[in-house]
Design a protein. Structure first.
Length: 264
């Protein structure tokens, strides 16, 4: 059973919100994009999501304390146009049954708040790092795709490029059709390696949504944040490389010492 537990006594009344869903997946594109949007729009948590169907693992935080994996629903009211909700978290459901149950619960909450559109975010794994990630769009009706891609360069020709879209980003769009909620799935190209962070793909998604649904995000600020993240990743990689080289050198020295002792 999935529970959406309110974080305040009174959940804000939202105006035909657009629900954006970005959970961990290929390159973590959806998760990273959702985090950027939350930070830059100053969205606030309105629900914590809990279930015994969450993965049976925990995280150790920077205070060396145990934390359960979390999924949260954020909201941001806007003066003009539809309000927005953003669903993101550390994990997504681990198996088919829990994924279906989770998506059904998300749709229940979306209908409760009269959501006008659902947008799920994800990545398309490539063999090489794309120089400029392309964005692809699919959805649960031709009308919603046509409307959503109007006046954009987003590519709707996904057939033959991807196989099944596994997880919440695909399943939620399919199930939304059964509830009469228009939904689209945006997929950005990224490197299909489990350790790779698709930051540039996430940037392209944020940039696209910024124009399409008027998020009023300053992309220059996102770019500065990306530079900081990439700089930190590079520093850590270099540190690990130095440690690896040092370990290899020490191992070689030990080997030489043993060899010399043996000969003597």
């Amino acid at each position: 059973m999935w529970k959406f537990e309110p974080t305040t006594k009174t959940v804000p009344k939202l105006k035909r919100p657009i629900l954006i869903v970005g959970l961990p997946g290929i390159g973590n594109v959806g998760k990273i994009a959702a985090d950027f949007i939350i930070d830059e729009t100053n969205a606030k948590v309105i629900y914590n999501v809990f279930s015994h169907d969450l993965p049976n693992s925990v995280f150790v935080n920077d205070h060396n304390l145990i934390e359960l994996p979390s999924i949260e629903l954020y909201a941001r009211k806007r003066a003009k146009g539809e309000d927005i909700m953003i669903l993101t978290g550390d994990v997504q459901p681990a198996d088919e049954q829990s994924s279906y149950d989770f998506c059904e619960k998300v749709l229940e909450v979306a209908k409760k708040h009269s959501a006008s559109l659902i947008i799920t975010l994800g990545g398309i794994g490539l063999a090489d790092v794309p120089k400029k990630p392309e964005i692809f769009c699919t959805g649960n009706s031709k009308d919603v795709i046509k409307k959503f891609k109007k006046d954009t360069k987003v590519n709707e020709k996904l057939y033959g490029i991807v196989g099944p879209i596994i997880g919440v980003s695909g399943l939620l769009v399919g199930l939304a059709a059964r509830q009469g909620i228009p939904a689209v799935c945006l997929l950005a190209e990224t490197l299909g390696h489990p350790a790779y962070l698709g930051i540039q793909g996430a940037r392209e998604v944020v940039k696209f949504l910024n124009k399409k649904i008027g998020l009023k995000i300053k992309i220059s600020r996102v770019d500065r944040e990306i530079e900081d993240i990439e700089s930190e990743i590079l520093t850590r990689t270099q540190e690990l490389s130095k440690l690896s080289k040092k370990a290899a050198l020490n191992k070689m020295k030990r080997g030489m010492h043993k060899e010399t002792s043996y000969i003597g």
